[in-house]
Structure formats: structure tokens, C-alpha cells
Design a protein around this ligand. Structure first.
Ligand code: ZN
Length: 383
């Protein structure tokens, strides 16, 4: 059984680092600060604020983020090199994630080297960073395509060199939850270090894989708001934070009521509109149109609502459209201040279905009022 401390999963947000690496996404200094403040307000534990090796401007923005946040800890990100450590030192932040590829393919192609090169780098650079006053998390790039024995060996080397955390990166999003769970059980047995999962969403499995990693023993989740990131993106913060609380016996410090605004801030800065059907923060995530569903919800919300919109400071919405039934029509008409009987509701419903079918959208309140007035002998009630 886990202790209370172990049940608190650390949320590490990388919107300002991996998120900004998404195609076409670029944040201004002001946008970075707005995003960082929204993350801070939402209770996100850690903010991966950028890549100092990119130069003076990036270093200045990382430093600014570090100074602005109150509750979150800002962390810089770099490669496992002394020059990237030197750049990280210039941000003034105390913590850094140092990444190095662990798959043989990456080691061979990127470094024209073999595994001994990685061993040597870890033994050299982590103690160097510690001597510079930094706390180091080691990131294993392309871990999901690396030999697990080698990963465990490198985790041990990083731990002995002073690292406090190992980040297992599914860089190409090739894992499934079953494999992720098994891998993290093995990693958990092999080390006492903090373990973090960094998942990509190429197969739409990043959230599921993150939950599986946590079930297997991960202590922190690396995520991005709205999943903004390379290619198909990363595990979305809003999904992971919610799912941990809903589906596991663990929790996070994220205030779910802050998620809609946080996502809005990132959506605007990234110029990526939030799809209507996006989980948790999409405009339609708590909207209901189907006649069967609305009839059930009006009798008892538990019938068709497992996730309460109030958790996120949102409200349930009934949409009148092609799939509505008479119960929804009666309810919507009542909200306008009118009362109709079953026969009148059926007449209005016929007009609703025809209109929404032609225009391919829900019915607006003024249109519904117009339909109401056009049916036989409506019963007026005072408002
Ligand atoms: Zn990534």
C-alpha cells in the first residue's frame, strides 16, 4: 500500500518547452508568463520553462518565468552536455532535466557512438551539474525503443551520480498501456529514484499510457496543456490530472476548476482552437442532445453524466437539435417561460428536426420561440 505522500502524483508541465516545439507554435515572453501564471494558479507542481541552450532570449524568458511563479517550481531542460548545463546555470533556476538518448538507433545515428558513450556522458555531466549547484533529473530520450536492461543500468548510473529522478520518454508514442505498465513495474523494482513518464500521442494513447505508468510505479507525469507538442502532441494535462483523480487511488494538486481557463490561455497563445468535442474543456464536453439521454438526465443526472461539469466550474447544457426528443423540447420551451403539452411539443420537435437537419447546427433560443409561436394554440404562462 502506498503512503499518503506516494499517492500524490507530481504534475510536470512542459507546454513552454515540448509544447512550444509543436509545429507552428511560438510563444512571446508575455504569453509564456501568462501560461506560467495560469499553471501556477492551477496548482501544477512543476513547469518545464524552456531550453536555455537556445540562447540569451530563451534564458531571459526562463528566468522571468522562474521569478513570476509562486507555488510551482520552474525547471530548465537541456541535453546531457556540459555546455547545456552552463546555459542552465545562467537561468538562475535550481533544477534541470538533462536528456540523453537511450535507444541504440539514436545513439548510433545521432552520436555515431555506442552505449559506452552514454555511460560516460552520465558519469561526467550529472556530477558536473551537481557541482554547479543544480538538482538533476535525467531524461531518457526514446526510452520506449531502448533495451530495458540498458535503461536500468543507466538509471543506476544516474542515481549514483546524484540524479533524483528518471524520466522515461515515449518519444515517438509507440507504447500501449499494457506494455507501459509492465515497464514501470520493472523500473520501480530497479530504483528508488522518482520515476516520471513522458508520453506522446501518436496513437492517441498518451493519457492511457501515463495512467498505466502511474499504476506501475511512476511518481510524476510529464504533460502539456491541451496536449500541444511535437506531431500529434503530448499527454494532455487536463486529461491526465482529471483521470488520476477519477480513475485511480491517487491524486494531484491540480485544481480542476482552473482547467478551462488554463486551456483557453494556451489555446489563444498557440493559436490552436479547442475542438468542440475535446475531453473536459471542449465546448460540447457537457452538452446533451439525444432525446433518450436528455429524458434520462432530466429525471436523474447520474443516468448519463459520470463526470460532473461542476468539477471544472462548468455547467451541463441541453442542446436542441435533430436528435432531441419531446422531453428536451418541453424543458427548453419552459426555460423560455412557456408551457406546451405533448402534442405541441411533438409539433415543435418536427420543426426543430427539419431546421437543424437543413442548417447542420443546434436550434437557437429565438428560433425555438418562433417554432413555439407557430404551433397550434400554445398555452401562454406568465413570466
Ligand atoms: Zn517530448
Amino acid at each position: 500500500m502506498r503512503s499518503l505522500e506516494q499517492t500524490m502524483i507530481i504534475v510536470n508541465d512542459s507546454t513552454l518547452r515540448d509544447g512550444e516545439q509543436a509545429p507552428g507554435v511560438s510563444f512571446s515572453l508575455n504569453e509564456k508568463i501568462q501560461i506560467a501564471l495560469a499553471l501556477d494558479e492551477a496548482g501544477v507542481d512543476e513547469i518545464e520553462a524552456g531550453t536555455p541552450a537556445m540562447g540569451d532570449e530563451e534564458i531571459a524568458s526562463i528566468a522571468a518565468v522562474g521569478k513570476m511563479v509562486c507555488h510551482s517550481t520552474a525547471i530548465s531542460w537541456g541535453r546531457m552536455t556540459r555546455s547545456d548545463v552552463n546555459a542552465a546555470v545562467r537561468t538562475g533556476l535550481r533544477r534541470v532535466n538533462l536528456s540523453i538518448p537511450l535507444s541504440d538507433l539514436h545513439i548510433r545515428v545521432k552520436f555515431k557512438a555506442d552505449r559506452s558513450f552514454v555511460r560516460q556522458r552520465i558519469r561526467d555531466v550529472i556530477p558536473y551539474a551537481m557541482d554547479c549547484g543544480l538538482q538533476v533529473a535525467m531524461g531518457g530520450e526514446d526510452s520506449s525503443r531502448a533495451d530495458l536492461d540498458f535503461i536500468c543500468e543507466m538509471m543506476g548510473a544516474a542515481e549514483r551520480a546524484g540524479a533524483h529522478r528518471f524520466r522515461f520518454a515515449d518519444t515517438l508514442g509507440v507504447l500501449d498501456p499494457f506494455k507501459t505498465f509492465t515497464i514501470f513495474q520493472r523500473l520501480r523494482r530497479a530504483t528508488d529514484m522518482e520515476l516520471e513518464f513522458h508520453g506522446h500521442d501518436d496513437l492517441g494513447l498518451a493519457t492511457a499510457n501515463t495512467l498505466a505508468a502511474i499504476k506501475g510505479g511512476a511518481t510524476s507525469a510529464s504533460v502539456c496543456v491541451l496536449g500541444v507538442g511535437e506531431r500529434a502532441g503530448n499527454a494532455p494535462l487536463e486529461e491526465v490530472a482529471t483521470a488520476i483523480g477519477q480513475l485511480s487511488d491517487m491524486t494531484t494538486r491540480v485544481d480542476l476548476r482552473c482547467l478551462p481557463r488554463l486551456c483557453e490561455v494556451v489555446s489563444l497563445a498557440a493559436q490552436r482552437p479547442i475542438p468542440d468535442g475535446k475531453a473536459i474543456v471542449g465546448a460540447s464536453a457537457f452538452s446533451h442532445e439525444s432525446g433518450i439521454h436528455v429524458d434520462g438526465l432530466l429525471k436523474d443526472p447520474a443516468t448519463y453524466e459520470a463526470l460532473s461539469p461542476q468539477l471544472f466550474g462548468r455547467e451541463r447544457e441541453f442542446v436542441i437539435g435533430k436528435h432531441s426528443g419531446t422531453a428536451a423540447v418541453k424543458n427548453a420551451v419552459a426555460l423560455l417561460g412557456f408551457t406546451v403539452d405533448e402534442d405541441q411539443a411533438r409539433q415543435i420537435l418536427a420543426k426543430v428536426r427539419k431546421h437543424s437537419g437543413v442548417h447542420k447546427r443546434p436550434i437557437k433560443p429565438d428560433e425555438l420561440a418562433q417554432f413555439y409561436r407557430s404551433v397550434d394554440a400554445p398555452v401562454e404562462t406568465a413570466i
